[in-house]
Design a protein around this ligand. Sequence first.
Ligand SMILES: [Ca+2]
Ligand SMILES: [Ca+2]
Ligand SMILES: [Ca+2]
Length: 406
Amino acid sequence: MSTHQRRYRAALFVAITCALAIWSNAGSLNPPPGPVAPSMIPLDTVEPRTPISSLPFSINAAGSYYVTDDLTGVAGQSGITINVSAVTLDLSGFALHGVPGSVHGIFVASPQININIRNGIISGWDGIGLNMLLASSSSAEKVETDDNECGAVFGEDTDVMYMQANNNSDDGITTGQKCVVNNISTCMNGSYGVKTGGNCTIANCESSMNTTEGFSLGDSCTITNCTATGNGGIGLLSANSATPRGSTISNCTASNNDSHGIAASNGSTVLGCTSSGNGGDGIIVGIGCTVANCTTRVNVGDGIEAGGNSRIATNDCTGNGAGVGDGAGIHLASTAGSGTRIEANNVAANDRGIDVDSTGNVIIKNTAAVGGIPFDIVPGNTVGVVLSAVGNGAFASSNAWANLVY
Ligand SMILES: [Ca+2]
Ligand SMILES: [Ca+2]
Ligand SMILES: [Ca+2]
């Protein structure tokens, strides 16, 4: 027998053995005796979640729930009321619609933890669209809350992600302390766009055309990569408590807000931000702050106004005090106090370039384009000699601290 024939016979033997094994394991083709019993698997085995197919609905047991269709509420009641902890509710892409006189769209009615809401729209409720004020250690994701009284309200330690809140008659989204707020958008709400408690982290958010502040943050927050545009109050305010601790504000943009672009409390750091075309100051900070690497342009007030004990460095401030407005590129008011270092900024085309009305500060290494009043500094400050290089072409000075008009 050739090698080829031996391989063929071995393959045939394996095939026949497998066929016999399959045949011997197959069931009988004859039906069992007696009446036919149901053989379907129960739905709650396949889908171990509880469906919600009408409103109002109360969740009184921990577990996983899902909405089966667009649902409409009734007057005088909330849509889905949650009375226990450890609940996940998937709106499944559907909407919960309120009616006149209805209360909250989703309402956590007593203090609970681990409430997780996702994937849907909550609109038209006379109360709060998503009311999780009494929930903590919870989350909300991919929920849009429009045309309610308030969009969404969260308690402490909650993650709020990929949410929209538009056209609510009061606040868009508000949170308690220690929340993480990521990738949310709020627009045209009747009060704040985003309002948080203290110790929150906010990133990649957008807030525009709200009636008051775009962002209003509690103490000790970190906010980065956020944009505030066209709000009726301050674009980004980080001082909404009576005894504020500073916040870190970086890589944010504020433009065309009716009041200041960015306003930060004592002890704050503002880095790499852009603030332009606002009705007040571009950036205004309290005592003991750092403002560095920021750009402020054509604000009606000052480009940057700071308090004492601050450091204002390597910013570019141009065209502030715009139009009939009166402002400086960088301003320390007479009440600012002392101890502020203004260093290596560039100012141009402001009503006044660097305007210091308080004493005991140091002003060094700045450059001011000619026009307006380049340096307007009261006596009693330490000022690097102001050298004019207007029309000088090449410029040289051995004074490393000099300020320069060009
Ligand atoms: Ca000012
Ligand atoms: Ca002006
Ligand atoms: Ca002055």
